[in-house]
Write a protein of this length. Structure first.
Length: 254
């Protein structure tokens, strides 16, 4: 059974059949703002696991992947941690015909830029993510990153963006640096440590969370990791979709 629980007027209006990409694009449209907007897209089991056996895919569904593709197609840039790139086998973003006209009208390129956050630059620069993207992949790192790895990234065709004074990236500076390149509509897909850093820095504007009707037990990470914030930040529910027991939620920082 597919159900819609409208919280705003941006909920898809197609209760029967498969939600179209156009309907999902309207439901998940970025707000009209001149500043940057950082949203996260994550999936969690009922008992709070953000992964199963190191990957998020076992918790996902076909509709979750449609929403995943829609969120990517709406974004200027996808920000992801290096560990997630290694574990999930990240590849370059693919151009989608269904979104081509929408992206062109929004002044966007054919696909979002992939921006990898890494302190060590311990990445395989021979992977397609770096050798054959439609738009060059970015590497976000700190000023004290290993210079030989920086050179290797640049030789592979990646754009290196310094967003921190030490070896690592400062979340607020990463958002500022990407916005300075005209990449204002930002999407992060984790992993948990990176999302935790964005939350702790107070720069996460929105969370799109799929709650999967699965129980995993075990010791898997939650969707956000790292040190706790001193005062929990409140988010308000924007929309809620349900299908086959999966809940597709969208929360916005209040």
């Amino acid at each position: 059974m597919r159900r819609l629980f409208p919280v705003t007027d941006q909920t898809p209006s197609e209760p029967e059949g498969e939600w179209s990409f156009d309907a999902l694009a309207e439901a998940y449209a970025y707000p009209k703002t001149d500043g940057p907007w950082l949203r996260a897209n994550m999936v969690s089991s009922l008992d709070g696991a953000g992964q199963h056996e190191g990957r998020s895919q076992p918790l996902s569904s076909d509709t979750d992947m449609r929403i995943f593709g829609t969120l990517r197609a709406l974004a200027d840039v996808v920000v992801v941690g290096a560990e997630t790139v290694r574990q999930e086998g990240y590849r370059p973003a693919r151009a989608r015909e269904a979104f081509a006209a929408r992206r062109e009208a929004a002044g966007q390129g054919p696909v979002p830029v992939i921006a990898v956050v890494t302190a060590s630059l311990d990445l395989d620069f021979g992977l397609p993510l770096f050798t054959s993207p439609l738009v060059p992949t970015l590497v976000l790192t700190g000023a004290a990153a290993p210079p030989e790895r920086v050179r290797e990234a640049e030789l592979a065709g990646a754009g290196v963006v310094v967003a921190g004074d030490g070896p690592g990236v400062e979340p607020a500076r990463a958002v500022e640096a990407l916005a300075g390149r005209g990449l204002r509509r930002m999407l992060t897909e984790g992993g948990p440590r990176l999302l935790g850093q964005f939350v702790a820095a107070g720069v996460l504007d929105e969370l799109c969370l799929t709650v999967s009707p699965l129980m995993t037990a075990g010791t898997a990470q939650r969707i956000a990791g790292g040190p706790p914030v001193s005062v929990p930040e409140r988010f308000g529910l924007e929309s809620l979709l349900e299908e086959a027991g999966f809940l597709y939620t969208r929360y916005r920082r209040i």
